[in-house]
Design a binder for this molecule. Structure first.
Ligand code: O7M
Length: 215
């Protein structure tokens, strides 16, 4: 993903019309559009191809299965036109290896979740976040997902992964995180959903976040 605005849109709306309207409005401000279960379950995987004409698509399926099933999921995602996939890491190295192998075959990217941004994200993830981050490096992933709600954790994870891997960071706005703070802590991109797609003017909301970050 090319870094221009440091902003990824989390397009968690459930209908095609709204999705395309919002994506069109904000496409000049975002480097990528993250699509997950809400939109794909609402409209089908074909929406990925339509959105990919506006910006690279990150398929957020938080892939978390045995290696063979992970391989099958990643193949479908990349065939559908996604530029990247998001996986979990707690399923272990063999599962992650399977995703990375498919991504390399297709020339696409893999991001691995380390610690999640919501309050419950510390319950099980906190003790293993650094281990997962290290595994992402060893497995040759493109980057990791780390919480904008806890910039200090982004700093910790940046120390572990060094500068070769990217950090994409959700939790800005609706979850209380600050885009500028988490970019200063070492994130490469912020992932923002509700503060943009629920705004009366998604384009203005996206522009404001870009201006705040001065990335
Ligand atoms: O800005 P929001 O809170 O409306 O949306 C944030 C998006 O990021 C939404 O799509 C979440 O599913 C996602 N997300 C988190 O909020 N926290 C995490 O720890 C991880 C993700 C995510 O994208 O994981 C890949």
């Amino acid at each position: 993903m090319e870094k221009k605005n440091c902003l990824i849109l989390a397009l968690d709306v459930t209908d095609r019309e709204n999705a395309l309207r919002i994506a069109n409005e904000v496409s000049e401000y975002v480097d990528s559009i993250k699509v997950g279960y809400p939109l794909v379950l609402g409209e089908g995987l074909g929406i990925v191809k339509e959105l990919a004409e506006l910006a690279p698509v990150i398929a957020d399926f938080k892939v978390a299965d045995i290696p063979n099933t992970d391989r099958l999921i990643c193949e479908q995602v990349f065939k559908a036109g996604a530029d990247a996939v998001i996986t979990h890491g707690f399923t272990g190295r063999d599962s992650l290896d399977s995703c990375v192998k498919v991504a390399k075959e297709y020339g696409r990217d893999v991001y691995v979740v380390t610690e999640m941004s919501h309050p419950g994200g510390v319950e099980f993830f906190r003790p293993v976040a650094e281990t997962i981050a290290k595994m992402a490096v060893d497995a040759g992933a493109t980057g990791v997902v780390a919480p904008a709600t806890r910039p200090e954790r982004v700093r910790d994870i940046r120390k572990i992964i060094g500068n070769d891997l990217h950090i994409i960071s959700p939790g800005v706005g609706a979850q209380g995180g600050s885009a500028a703070d988490v970019i200063n802590a070492g994130a490469d991109w912020v992932i923002v959903g509700r503060s943009i797609y629920n705004s009366d003017s998604p384009a203005d909301a996206a522009m404001k976040i870009c201006n705040d970050m001065k990335c």
